[in-house]
Design a binder for this molecule. Sequence first.
Ligand SMILES: [Fe+2]
Ligand SMILES: [Fe+2]
Length: 282
Amino acid sequence: MRTLAHVSDLHFGAVDPAVVAALEADLAAVAPDLVVVSGDLTQRGRRREFRAARAFLDRLDRPVLVVPGNHDVPGFNLAVRFLRPYRRFSRHITSDLFPLVTDDEMAVLGLNTARRLVRHWNWALGSINRRQLARATNDLAAHGGNRVRIIVTHHPAVLPPGHRDGRMLFHAERALSSFAASRVDLLLSGHLHRTHAAVSAVPAARPGAPAWSMIVAQAGSATSTRLRDEANGYNVIRLGARPPRLEVDTRAWTGAGFEAVSTQAFDRADGHWAVSRDSAAR
Ligand SMILES: [Fe+2]
Ligand SMILES: [Fe+2]
């Protein structure tokens, strides 16, 4: 059994300090094996925002795995943005843009989808390239074994139902095929400031082969004051090994603290993930 806290879109520079303090207290009580932070640690990629994010991570005093988000690439200073887009993130948070955490039960790999520039007017969109996918394939082949395989990106490859703003991640289809071939169990992402967890069926690369099902889970914004019709929140993910079971608890800010507001459970049968019958009956 492993417990992950999936925290996203902190946006230091535009946070409510009371929410940050409550989040720290809640994470201390949950005591996860790993805290996954799926990007947008800062609001505008400023140094003081990165320092605040670093201090927050240090105060957690837990193992962390962090990927950058589009807000962590400085947007106002074009020289920094184009010449060294990840310098501040690397200096303050981590220089490892392929963070990998493995233990007996899980293999968690982070991939950076934030870009200095994408082929679109909206540079907030993300992209994932062949080099990253090749690296993910190799890492999962080497370290996946019987472990639950988890990929972390800032931008979601699978969009939640009702999403109307168009694609968020260039080359998402290619990425999903690659993740399916590597038998990825769980994709974690943020960016939308919206909580969501579901099973997603990825068509097989080979014609006639069955689709691969993986769980996609989005965390909302943990601490940002700029919200999109959803309270601050984060997810606690519990991985059970035998039988394989994965639960996603959403914990949301109530004004006084973080409390569990929903749970979804998924079971794996014949190698494929599906919504748990207990969960569907709820
Ligand atoms: Fe964000
Ligand atoms: Fe974002």
